[in-house]
Design a protein around this ligand. Sequence first.
Ligand code: NAD
Ligand code: TYD
Length: 335
Amino acid sequence: MMRYLVTGGAGFIGSNFIRYLFDKYGDGVEVVNVDKLTYAGNLDNLKDISDRPNYRFIKGDICNAKLVDSAMAGVNRVVNFAAESHVDRSIGAPDDFIKTDIYGAFVLLEAARRFGVERFVQISTDEVYGSILRGSFRETDILEPSSPYSASKAGADRLAYSYFKTYDLPVIVTRCSNNYGPYQYPEKLIPLFVTHAIENKSLPIYGDGKNVRDWIYVLDHCDAIDFLLTQGQIGQVYNIGGGNERTNLEITDYILRALGKPENLKTFIADRPGHDRRYSVDTEKIRSLGWQPRYSFEKAMRETVDWYVNNEWWWKKLKTGEYREFYKKNYKRDF
Ligand code: NAD
Ligand code: TYD
């Protein structure tokens, strides 16, 4: 029996990963989910799962060593998704990024070392490399993170590696590109623009809209993590990417077309400070082990747009009340 501790499992990727595990392994896995339920954590993401006898939810902070100890007892594998994850928020208020993304990872690594877990996957990000105008970053390239978010992720990424080097903790570090799919908090580009377009609100494009991201469907990311848990080598870093580089304008046009909404919803606004122009990772290392993404961008994007169209119950309440006030106050725009 594989016993997982998934942290941040009530967020976007973590909840998709837990669902992926149950879909694939059924009763062959046990999952403990530790999540603080910040603004981004949402138990609605796991509604269909919460009653399973092989699933347990613990509301708690990964910075709390006592709580982490009690959650880690009996666990074989730890997958650390818990993080503050939005670049724009890290520009306004970096504190929680340093606390959760770095110190929280430290607390988990310490506990994992004491408990002797079999695998510890640190979910890092392609943003730790910084921007690249031509070509793609390899795992051996230097890290030049640009935002407090990516800098704190880089800290945790290297801290995890140090626990392998220093204490022989069986760590794997993954650096994935931008994810899209169901249950993504509607402040990130794709769910923000899809839900805004449904509501006929203007779509705020930073700068000239020509920044490039490599988009991967969230279940491909989950599949890659599952693959690396058995096929990855400990102490190694693996880039994960979808191989779908698009400018933000291309993404915006796709969404408007898919929803049959007018071009004039596009609004260019002041650029994000420190905005990385392009992210691109070389994924040869994981591909050489035999993994590749399965979902085509066109099909998975269509399904993602349809998911938001069909699941207003999920996102409508996230764009009202205190959440909307937060955006008005801090970003002077509608949410
Ligand atoms: P998310 O913001 O949707 O989810 C983060 C989750 O962590 C939330 O449920 C939140 O409640 C929880 N959390 C935050 N602080 C916590 C704490 N102190 N203790 C316990 N739980 C806490 O983020 P996401 O998009 O699902 O990203 C998950 C992970 O994947 C992050 O580590 C992120 O850096 C990484 N990542 C994301 C992307 C992407 O495109 N979204 C790409 C590469 C890597
Ligand atoms: P985001 O989803 O915040 O992911 P990240 O910055 O971590 O890659 O943004 C993706 C791209 O979309 C990025 O280039 C910034 C841009 N963007 C906008 O133009 N407008 C917006 O309102 C948001 C949220 C993002």
